[in-house]
Structures are given as structure tokens and as C-alpha cells.
Design a protein around this ligand. Structure first.
Ligand code: ZN
Length: 308
């Protein structure tokens, strides 16, 4: 078995204004992090619109398409930007994650990582938000249920920001467990432990600013990992944001690069115990470029090691 990494140059055509943290240089940093790993590289296909419609109404997709500029930028909100290539990039991100779950389900790989942008976990049903257009990880989860016939899919979101979009898209989905750690208070303001979903299918574990390695590992050991083990998912999806790193400019947790390796090992343990090792991870945030490079190398390095 192997690890496949999905990406596409179209993801570099989603261009944000100078100084915007969600910049295309992030993908260059990710590529540097992946450069020396013995993973299989694969092109992310363009998702057909039907994949997006698993989680978003047609009117929203049409609104994004209509809003695309022919040059320069338009802002959908204070921080979510469209450039002429943004829709193609977002459809590559969705296509990458759907191809990844298909490949892992088919046994072509043990696990996979999707190195695409824009990210997805803030996009709500009909609202672009927080640099995100489409709920990529939620779309993948729904594909696992409705196309592949699974009945228990878990999503772990370790981005420093709460995945409000994933939560919104899957609030009423009893066949999915969405588990998130995130800094609180912080954008987008959601993610309290009291938000549990319509079927107690959401587990939010907010972390205080300054939470470092020991407390982060303790939180996973005490709350997230036991919940995952109890749920016994048939497939594990990861919203892999690396902005909880101490060096990140957008937040103030104090995770270290090695914490991403530790956490990836623990998530592989869950997948090995319940899901035949099946994991697909997708890039969310991470805005300090050297930290992003090192953290992606640590995360995907463990996926590759465990996927052999
Ligand atoms: Zn984030």
C-alpha cells in the first residue's frame, strides 16, 4: 500500500491580494514539505458540479460562478476573495478529495493527502467564509456515505479555527462524527462544547490561547481519541490545518511541529483499529510558511510511514 498526494497547478490560480495570509506561496511551502517523501503524486481532477451539490444548493454554486471576476479580485466577505481562477481551484480541491476517498476505498492507497487550496472548512451551506468556498471535507464524507455506502465516517479537524462550515453542513447527519479542537476565543466564534449537533454527532473541544504540546496531547488523549474509538469509524477524514503551530501569525496556540507527527500517529492508530487504516487528509489553514512546510512534512511523513 501507499500514500497518494493529490494536487493540481490550478490551485495556484486562486490568487489573493498582496498581504493576504491565504496566498499561493502556501502551496509552494507545502510542496517543499512533500519534496523528499516517497509518496505517489496524482493530479486532482475537476469535480463535477454534482459533487459540490452534495452539500451546497445549486443557487450557491451559481452565485459563486456569477461573482467570478474576469481580472483582479472581488471580495465575497472581508477575507474571502475570488480571482478569475478561484472556482477552478476550488473544484480541483473537491475533485482531489473525492478522488482520494475513491482511491483509498478501492485499495489503491492506504491513505492520501490533498494539497489544494482554497481551503474548505469555513464554507457554510450557502455562504462562503473565512477563505473557503466549498465544504471539501464534508463533501468527501457525504460521498463515503452516499456513494460508497459507509455508515460511520469520522472527521477530525485540528485546524486552529473552528470548522463552522463542516459543522453547519453536517449538523443533522447522524452517520458522521465531526470532532474538532480549536482555539477559543478566535474566529469564527463558534465551536463551544455545547454545540453537539442534532444527533450528538459533533464533538467540539475548544482550547485556551497558549495551549502547548503537553495540554494539547492531554486533550486528545482524554477527549477526542476515546470518542473516536467509541465511535469506531469505517473511514477517517482529517481537516489538516497547521495554524495551531506556535509560529502561526493568525492564532496563539503553541503547538510544535512534532505535535503534528504525534497526532497523526494517534489518528493512524484509530484508523488501524477500526477503519482498515483508511485516512484521507486535506489541507486547511497554516500561514507561517516555514512552519507549514515542516508541519506538512511531519504529518504526511507519518501517513506515508504508517501507510506502507
Ligand atoms: Zn485555520
Amino acid at each position: 500500500m501507499a500514500t497518494i498526494v493529490y494536487g493540481h497547478p490550478d490551485c495556484l490560480t486562486h490568487v489573493t491580494p498582496p498581504g493576504h495570509p491565504e496566498c499561493l506561496d502556501r502551496l509552494h511551502a507545502v510542496e517543499r514539505g512533500l519534496a523528499h517523501l516517497p509518496v505517489i503524486r496524482s493530479e486532482a481532477p475537476t469535480a463535477p458540479e454534482d459533487e459540490v451539490l452534495r452539500c451546497h444548493p445549486p443557487a450557491y454554486l451559481a452565485k459563486v460562478r456569477r461573482a467570478l471576476p474576469t481580472e483582479g479580485w472581488v471580495a465575497l466577505d472581508g477575507d474571502t476573495i475570488l480571482s478569475p481562477g478561484s472556482l477552478n481551484a476550488a473544484l480541483r480541491a473537491v475533485g482531489g478529495i473525492t478522488a482520494a476517498v475513491d482511491a483509498v476505498m478501492a485499495g489503491q492507497a492506504q491513505n492520501a493527502f490533498v494539497a489544494a487550496r482554497p481551503p474548505g472548512h469555513h464554507a457554510e451551506t450557502a455562504t462562503a467564509m473565512g477563505f473557503c468556498l466549498f465544504g471539501t471535507v464534508a463533501i468527501a464524507a457525504r460521498r463515503l456515505l452516499d456513494h460508497h455506502g459507509l455508515t460511520r465516517v469520522a472527521i477530525v479537524d485540528f485546524d486552529v479555527h473552528h470548522g463552522n462550515g463542516t459543522q453547519d453542513l453536517l449538523w443533522d447527519e447522524a452517520r458522521i462524527l465531526f470532532a474538532s479542537t480549536h482555539q477559543m476565543p478566535l474566529y469564527p466564534g463558534t465551536g463551544s462544547a455545547a454545540e453537539t449537533g442534532a444527533h450528538r454527532n459533533i464533538l467540539n473541544h475548544p482550547l485556551r490561547p497558549g495551549t502547548g504540546s503537553a495540554a494539547m496531547r492531554a486533550a486528545y488523549d482524554a477527549h477526542i481519541l476515546p470518542a473516536l474509538d467509541a465511535y469506531a469509524p469505517e473511514f477517517l477524514l482529517i481537516s489538516a490545518g497547521f495554524d495551531a503551530h506556535e509560529a502561526d501569525p493568525l492564532a496563539s496556540l503553541a503547538w510544535q511541529t512534532e505535535d503534528y507527527a504525534w497526532l497523526t500517529h494517534r489518528l493512524c492508530d484509530v484508523a488501524d483499529a477500526h477503519a482498515h487504516g483508511r485516512i484521507v487528509s486535506t489541507l486547511e489553514g497554516g500561514y507561517d510558511l516555514p512552519a507549514l512546510q515542516a508541519s506538512v512534512a511531519a504529518h504526511v511523513g507519518v501517513l506515508e510511514e504508517r501507510g506502507r
